[in-house]
Design a protein around this ligand. Structure first.
Ligand code: ING
Length: 303
């Protein structure tokens, strides 16, 4: 057995008025709670340092950029890394990344994996950006990720950490089977996914009553079909007037939900995840080497 004790650290609403200092204090409290309960790894949501700002249309780039981190760790987040090292508990953190690359300013919806020595051992940039790029006033609220972020340019990498092979995804990525399969083909044993998911999806309100079902469906199938653990951690509650689903879950390679949050606030759900449970799926029904037929799948990667 290779047990990784994981804490799914769901966050309640982060209102616009909440400072990074206040939010980091909430993250710290969950990280310390996780350490007290023997967690090796704590998983936070997508964009976990600020409110979900793509729900608004902003004219001013300067105002938009107040929601990004130009350094990671930066002055307000350094304490998370110091605490990880002190308590020997790693974490996944979703945040808005502002960076200079290829001689220009880039903006990504990013997640990092920090190990138990407080070192960043992995980075991912969200590939599937939902929503729209232009202001759409008809919507009860905007979803301007295609305006505020570039498509991730790191692919779907996996990282050796916590005694296994760990991958990351962000929010909408979890709804696309390709996300899991690309990491599955790299032998992933645990996929960490932070999300901010509103109950209401303006383009398809008829799906709203299925928001929890769809959230669980995609992560349970992704886990089972690739023989991997999946840890999905959301924001919950009413954030700036928008209800978020919460519904954070810990899914085993069998597809079974073995841990879950049951509130819409800051809450830690913990499970002891044996990475060796992946083997009975990777060596039988989803033995890719024996059973996959890539020659038949070409259409999936055509533009
Ligand atoms: N949010 C949502 C998500 O993919 C969404 C967008 C909501 C899609 C509801 C479909 C239905 O979970 C982010 N941030 O991707």
């Amino acid at each position: 057995t290779r047990i990784v004790t994981v804490g799914a650290a769901q966050l309640g609403p982060i209102q616009r008025a909440h400072s990074r200092k206040e939010v980091v204090a909430r993250l710290l409290s969950l990280l310390e709670q996780g350490a007290r309960h023997g967690c090796d790894l704590v998983v936070f949501p997508e964009l976990a340092l600020t409110t979900f700002f793509p729900r608004w249309f902003f004219e001013s780039q300067a105002e938009i950029d107040t929601f990004y981190e130009a350094q990671m760790p930066g002055p307000e987040t350094q304490v998370l890394f110091d605490t990880a090292r002190k308590l020997k508990v790693g974490f996944y953190l979703g945040y808005a990344e502002l960076t200079q690359e290829d001689g220009r300013t880039r903006r990504f919806n990013t997640s990092i994996l920090v190990d138990q020595t407080g070192v960043i051992v992995g980075k991912y940039r969200k590939v599937h950006l939902p929503g729209h790029a232009e202001h759409e006033p008809w919507r009860q609220f905007q979803h301007l990720e295609k305006r505020y972020f570039e498509t991730g340019n790191l692919g779907f990498p996996v990282f050796r950490a916590f005694g296994g092979i760990i991958g990351m995804a962000v929010c909408n990525d979890r709804r696309w089977p390709e996300t899991y399969r690309v990491m599955g083909l790299q032998g992933v044993e645990m996929i960490l996914i932070g999300y901010n998911t509103p109950v209401h999806n303006p383009p398809a309100p008829e799906h709203d009553n299925l928001s929890h079902f769809h959230n669980e469906l995609v992560m349970q199938s992704g886990a089972y079909q690739n023989g991997t653990w999946v840890i999905g951690v959301g924001k919950g509650g009413r954030e700036e007037g928008v209800d978020q689903i919460g519904n954070s879950i810990i899914v085993a390679p069998s597809g079974e939900i073995v841990g879950a949050c049951s509130t819409l606030g800051d809450e830690l759900a913990i499970a002891r995840c044996d990475l060796d449970l992946t083997l009975s799926y990777k060596n039988s029904v989803f033995n890719f080497a024996k059973h996959r037929e890539p020659h038949a799948y070409g259409m999936i990667v055509e533009r």
